[in-house]
Each structure stands twice: as C-alpha cells, then as structure tokens.
Ligand binder design. Structure first.
Ligand SMILES: Nc1ncnc2c1ncn2[C@@H]1O[C@H](COP(=O)(O)OP(=O)(O)OP(=O)(O)O)[C@@H](O)[C@H]1O
Ligand SMILES: [Mg+2]
Length: 290
C-alpha cells in the first residue's frame, strides 16, 4: 500500500488564537513494502506528519493518499476504520496507552474491536507475545506489574495484533537500554522483510536510519527538506549540519580513516561490516599493486 502526501500543510487549533502551523507543503511518497525513515530535530513536525498516515489528523491543505483512499483537506473523510486497521501506529511511549487488567486482554482489545473472534484474538496474542520476546506467563499478569521495557513490548504486540500492512513507529525504542533497543529494532526489521510490511520509522538515531532504511526524509521546521537513500543523504554532511543533524558515527569514522590514509574508499559505508570489507579490499588492492 503506497502512501503519498501531496502539498500537505497542517495547523493545530486552526482558526483560533492558538493556531500553530506545524507542516508546510509536504510532498512525500512512500512506496509499498519500503522502509522509510523520517528524521528531524525536535519540533520539526515528525509526529504530526505520521498521524496523517492513518487519518488521525487530516491535512489543513493538500491530499493524503493511503492505498486507494484519499483524504483531502476541507472534505469530510468517511469510514476511516479500515485505514486504522491497515496502518498501525506505535506512538512515542506506547506503554502509556495500556489499560486492561491483563496483558492478554490488552493485546486482544484491538482485534476484537475490529470484529475478530475471541478465539482468533487469543491465538494472535499468544503468537505475538513470543515474537516480541516475552514469556507466555506474562499474558496473565497486569501490564502495570511489568518493567518499562516489557510494557513497551506488550504495547507493540497490541499494534501488531491488528495485522497491519503498514507499521508506523514513532521513536519506538526511546528510553530503553541499548540491548532492548537493538532487539526491538531487529524484530521490526525481520517483520518488515518476512511479512512484506511497509515500515515508517521516526527516529533521532542516524545509526538506525543508516542500518535499516531504504529511504530517508529530513524534516526541518515543518517542511520536508530532503529525501533520498541513506547513501545519498549521508554523502553531504554539510547540508545535514545546516538542519542541526549529524552524520552516523560509522560514516564519521570512515571519514577519519580516509583522512589518515589520504584517499577515499570507493563507497559510503552504512554498517561496520561494509566498512570492514571496504577497508580490507582497499588494503588488498594496495598490496597487489606493490
Ligand atoms: N497538540 C498540539 N497543539 C499545538 N501545537 C502542537 C501540538 N502538537 C505539536 N505541536 C507543535 O507542532 C510542531 C511540530 O511538533 P511535532 O510533535 O510534530 O514535532 P516532532 O518532530 O515530533 O518533535 P519531537 O522530536 O520532539 O518528537 C511543534 O512546534 C510543536 O510544538
Ligand atoms: Mg515527536
């Protein structure tokens, strides 16, 4: 399911003295089954933009295309429920939205609300709890007796239980320890590949953007100022700096090596593995030439 924003502008509390414009003329195309990262300084409009992806917010101007549905500014959009099932959003600190007495009921709530049978909802909850890396025994506990990291995993299972085609992640690992962060990001990447999901990740982590995303979009003061592949975007550190963003550590490291050896490697490396291979082949070429 492609998602396309055309000339989207958005203002909070429009027409009141508190009107606050948060998006300006955003054009963005996210093809089906791709992994899109959205990056930007705090307050640049990332959380605002992603609430347009399932109709939670409607554009003040412009159009949002979600698969074959179009949400147009100024027109009443009817029946958004199917879109909410197809596009699942994991909000910042999703654990704040847990509310049921048990983890099992919490995960079952979404699917049952969309008409899935109790039996099927239970089955999904059991499968998902292990997918998000928690033991079965957690299902009968109160979500409020769990650790922060466990609650986050339960909230994620609740979104996955709707079996969305598009999954939108707003800083999904904020506040988790490094190992938990890696486990959750790897889990989403595996799901992305295995289930052919479209994944949209809002992140402050340039490392995650470099490692997982097919395409990046840079937000700055409510505008989408730059789009491209990670290699394209990270080739120009100066432009990123002008948006108060930094290059991923791995690319800074590559630049340091290039300065020390006095030559450029043949490509920008996005992971440690890529950089190690690139250095090895550069060294090998050199010794062949001698
Ligand atoms: N409910 C709201 N009412 C009024 N203004 C808002 C509201 N939510 C966000 N804003 C404003 O809209 C702008 C964009 O906010 P948004 O939350 O989309 O930024 P963000 O890029 O997600 O930031 P962060 O990285 O801190 O999560 C900011 O200036 C913010 O103050
Ligand atoms: Mg935000």
């Amino acid at each position: 399911m492609d998602i396309k924003l055309q000339q989207v502008s958005f203002a909070y509390s429009m027409g009141t003295p508190f009107e606050k414009r948060a998006l300006f003329d955003v054009d963005l195309m996210i093809p089906s089954k791709t992994y899109q990262a959205i990056i930007g300084h705090t307050g640049s409009g990332k959380s605002t933009i992603l609430q347009h992806f399932n109709g939670l917010l409607k554009p003040s101007e412009g159009e949002v295309h979600i698969g074959d549905r179009v949400i147009v500014a100024g027109k009443k959009a009817k029946e958004l429920k199917p879109i909410r099932q197809k596009v699942g959003i994991v909000f910042q600190f999703p654990e704040h939205q847990l509310f049921e007495e048990t983890v099992l009921k919490d995960i079952m709530f979404g699917p049952m609300n969309f008409g899935v049978s109790e039996e099927e909802a239970k089955k999904r909850a059991r499968e998902l709890i292990s997918l998000v890396g928690l033991p079965d025994s957690v299902l009968e506990k109160s979500p409020f007796d769990l650790s922060g990291g466990q609650m986050r995993r339960v909230a994620i299972a609740g979104v996955l239980a709707l079996q969305p085609e598009v999954i939108v992640l707003d800083e999904p690992t904020a506040g988790l320890d490094p190992r938990g962060q890696r486990e959750i990001m790897d889990m989403f990447y595996q799901l992305h590949k295995e289930q052919g999901l479209t994944t949209i990740l809002v992140t402050h982590s340039m490392e995650d953007a470099a490692k997982y995303a097919d395409n990046l979009a840079i937000m700055h003061e409510g505008r989408c100022v730059l789009t491209g592949t990670p290699r394209e975007i990270f080739a120009d550190g100066k432009t990123l700096e002008s948006y108060r963003l930094e290059l991923p550590r791995i690319i800074k490291f590559q630049q340091k090596i290039e300065n020390l050896i006095g030559k450029k490697l043949s490509k920008i490396c996005l992971t440690e593995e890529e950089l190690a291979l690139e250095i090895a082949s550069s060294v090998r070429r050199e010794s062949d030439e001698q």
